[in-house]
Design a protein around this ligand. Sequence first.
Ligand SMILES: Cc1cc2nc3c(=O)[nH]c(=O)nc-3n(C[C@H](O)[C@H](O)[C@H](O)COP(=O)(O)OP(=O)(O)OC[C@H]3O[C@@H](n4cnc5c(N)ncnc54)[C@H](O)[C@@H]3O)c2cc1C
Length: 466
Amino acid sequence: MSVLVVGGGVAGLTAAWHLLSTGTPASDITVLESSPRVGGKLARAEVAGRLVDIGAESMLALRPEARELIEEIGLGDALTVPATTSASIWSRDRLWPLPTGTLMGVPVDPESVRGVLTDAEVARLADEQPWPEPLTDDIAVGEYLAHRLGDAVVDRLVEPLLGGVYAASARRLSMAAAVPMLYAVARDGGSVTGAAAKAAAARSGTRSGSGAFIGLTGGVGRLPEHLRDVLVGRGVTVETGVTVRELTATGSPGRPQWEATCGAVPTPAYRSADAVVLAVPPPAAARLLAPLAPVAGEILGGIDMASMAIVTLAVERRGADLPGSGFLVPDVDGRTIKASTFSSGKWAWVDALDEDLVFLRASIGRAGDVTALQWPDADLVDVAVREVGEAVGAPLPRVVDSHVQRWGGGLPQYAVGHLGRIAQVEAAVARVPGLEVCGAAYGGVGIPAVIASARAAAERLTRGSS
Ligand SMILES: Cc1cc2nc3c(=O)[nH]c(=O)nc-3n(C[C@H](O)[C@H](O)[C@H](O)COP(=O)(O)OP(=O)(O)OC[C@H]3O[C@@H](n4cnc5c(N)ncnc54)[C@H](O)[C@@H]3O)c2cc1C
């Protein structure tokens, strides 16, 4: 079976890798990536002459897939854990320690968030209200929690935490997709604070001390670069700068065959294969699927994408007092930045990059909130420098270099009902022989979830062909 993998982000590269391990000969696998480099949202760039991540920078360790993939491809020695897990919330003009032991911001102990929340807000949090009737359907995380625990816990804790992962508003984000454990409790009519306690206990049982996240020395952006090299070394063809514009089924129902139309309109090029794995973001997947699986195309085309920018700064080490791994920013306080990561504090390898410099980054933009993203790069840098300085209570030392990476349409939005719609997409695609989809739109936006989605697509394809 020859396979075309469309999209060279972590999903597409993982699908190719998994096809190899399920017995597809390497010479029959081709990855086509439209941009000049593989990796998609996993990317590195030079800032002050040092290579740092400018996209994703850490991976959830509570799921095994990222660690497994990294070990499988021989990059296990580079696995690392954050040097500190102490983060803050910049709320009401000062930094507060981010409470540990929360379920996506819902604290086990209301007392632990006194300060971030006022006394009245803590009292409301402690006075958990029942949901009026049994929950039978998906609901927005924020809507549900605001009713049970009050608006403040949503605005000042849940929203910034969820925003950090999904770049979404908690009041639109699907609870079933984003916090399935909470959804299960909600359907059973159980206590939300009780669910947070259960989650905290489960976490402390699984990974004592080492934290919930892992990274790679040299940057998470090394993962796709290394994976590409391993794939090419095994005989897989990985082509960059090749945009797939159209997919045509040219075979018969019993013997699927595909033709991909690539390249510029006046000078098209064609690639053919027995099967296709579509590992591109929803807007591109929607266009390619429209003639093949119209329902899937329509649903994917309806998924909102959140845009954002990552501002990376290299500042003089002398005088830089940046506590912990960084901070989150509640939207309600009207700041421009949504979060800041103190990369040199968080990762030992970043700290070791330059004895005179520290590196940090700020993210700007979230679903439905793109005003600041219209600004020129210099203004984004200025606001990041100013607001981080305000948060830590002293202006940042001299900025030696900066880098602005815009991620237009960077993250698919898991709106209420997302899982049901994705089930419809998958059912529609399953009716097209020799076609699979995977990536951040399907089973979670985090790297381990994307890897899982790619593995599953490769397995379905292999099963279908045997
Ligand atoms: C700023 C930012 C920070 C993030 N931070 C983290 C983090 O710290 N930890 C974490 O776990 N997750 C993080 N994420 C999420 C995670 O990085 C992404 O969900 C994941 O990388 C998506 O992988 P993917 O392969 O599905 O999609 P992508 O990375 O988008 O890859 C898809 C690829 O398909 C290519 N493509 C598109 N159309 C075509 C076409 N027609 N033909 C050929 N190729 C095409 C694109 O160029 C792209 O390279 C972050 C996301 C963003 C945007």
